[in-house]
Design a protein around this ligand. Structure first.
Ligand code: ATP
Ligand code: MG
Length: 394
């Protein structure tokens, strides 16, 4: 039986005149995401995108696994294409195609949509006849129009009639690429991959920046970041990662700056360098995984000092979240197990014993001047390592 996937788009329907642009982007993202699975025809009509596999070898389970991670999709469902666009064909297809689902419930109802007004039966008639056909095939069932365990949907569209069962929850959000571009400061921790996912969900296309301080941080720590970004890229799409050589700067902070400001100055330098990369790559904001009060560098005063290092907006999607809430998302996007692998991050290399939790910006700026960092920033920017992150598994 020929199967397709029907995709319902959500929030983007609300975007008035931009709607077309949002839909086009979503379709482009769907095409790109599915390209490696085979050939597909993609149609868009009446707030539904139809994904039609054109190669026999395509496994629809694989397709669904990808589709469920595409932002801009509210629900999706597998549907059977009725061999003919006739009521008889619908009545024959529905009980056969949905047999497994129908066997596992006690109540159901049928809903029909008829966007082809030339079809000789109206929606209530289609529902009634399909319901009767299902009851004949599965006499244990009862119709419950208020609170059915399963809703069977029949859609009669321009070219075909489809039958489908339960719709599955999609990734939500809005299509990646409709929200501009931003730099995610990515560490190997739990938080920043989740922050990346959350901003991609709001349509932002990501460029990643990672700070590495060899030999204090190892090549494996960097590989861990690549592994995390590959997981994030399943949702956000492919991205470029820039690894910044940060050793000289960190050693200078330790040598020349007061210990209580180590972390703050380091964070400010991360912002300054990330801003330069962002401007070069046409990114209009910075994203971090900070959450208020989580550590000394994430108090209001400390975040104020960090923000003052850049004129770009800094997005911190986790700012009001508890650790457990962040962990729950990291499980959902499958980054948790990688994040907790025990490799060092440059943040933890030179941590002060008594960091300031209520720093004054003037003092931080004065302390930072002692380092004379500008030439080192230039050198670091000249020596960026570029890694292309794609969604294919290793
Ligand atoms: P995470 O779990 O994301 O590492 P964290 O709670 O451990 O966050 P910090 O280590 O203080 O917090 O880092 C705060 C934020 O700074 C991170 O969420 C990330 O956005 C950024 N950051 C930290 N280390 C790096 C790094 N090596 N390269 C790039 N960005 C970093
Ligand atoms: Mg960290």
């Amino acid at each position: 039986m020929k199967e397709i996937i029907l995709v319902k788009i959500g929030e983007i329907v609300l975007k008035g005149l931009n709607r077309r642009q949002f839909e086009d982007k979503l379709i482009k993202n769907i095409k790109k995401t599915l390209k490696h699975l085979g050939e597909f025809e993609i149609r868009n009509a009446q707030s539904t995108i139809t994904i039609i596999p054109e190669d026999d070898f395509i496994d629809l389970d694989d397709v669904c696994e990808q589709v469920r991670k595409i932002f801009g999709i509210v629900t999706y469902s597998r549907a059977a294409v009725c061999p003919e666009k006739t009521l008889e064909s619908i009545l024959e297809t529905a009980p056969k195609y949905l047999a497994e689902q129908l066997k596992s419930v006690k109540t159901f109802k049928v809903e029909s949509r008829r966007s082809d007004k030339k079809f000789p039966y109206k929606s209530p008639e289609i529902s009634k006849e399909t319901g009767a056909a299902i009851l004949r095939a599965f006499p244990h069932l009862k119709v419950d129009v208020r609170n059915p365990e399963l809703t069977v949907t029949v859609e009669v569209r321009d070219r075909n009639a489809f039958v489908r069962g339960a719709a599955l929850k999609g990734a939500g959000g809005i299509p990646v690429g409709t929200g501009g571009k931003a730099v995610i400061l990515i560490s190997g921790g739990i938080d920043s991959p989740v922050a990346a996912y959350m901003m991609a969900k709001r349509g932002v296309r990501l460029t990643a920046v990672h700070f590495a301080s060899p030999p204090y941080t190892s090549a494996r720590a960097e590989q861990k970041v690549v592994k995390l970004l590959k997981k994030v890229a399943q949702y956000s799409g492919d991205m470029t990662m820039y690894t910044v050589p940060f050793t000289e700067i960190q050693e200078t902070i330790r040598k020349k700056c007061p210990e209580e400001y180590f972390t703050l100055i380091m964070r400010r330098l991360m912002m300054r360098i990330s801003e330069r990369i962002a401007r070069d790559k046409d990114c209009k904001a910075l994203i971090t995984g900070e959450s208020l009060g989580q550590v000394a560098s994430q108090t209001i005063a400390a975040l104020g000092c960090t923000d003052a290092a850049t004129t770009l907006p800094v997005f911190r999607p986790l700012i009001g979240m508890d650790k457990q809430e962040i962990v729950d998302i990291s499980y959902k996007i499958d980054t948790y197990e990688t994040s907790i692998e025990p490799y060092e991050d440059c943040c933890t290399v030179f941590t002060p014993k008594h960091p300031r939790t209520n720093p004054s910006l003037e003092r931080v700026i004065d302390a930072e001047k002692l380092g004379e960092f500008e030439p080192m920033i230039e050198t670091a920017l000249k020596n960026l390592k570029v890694t292309y992150i794609n969604t294919k598994e290793d």
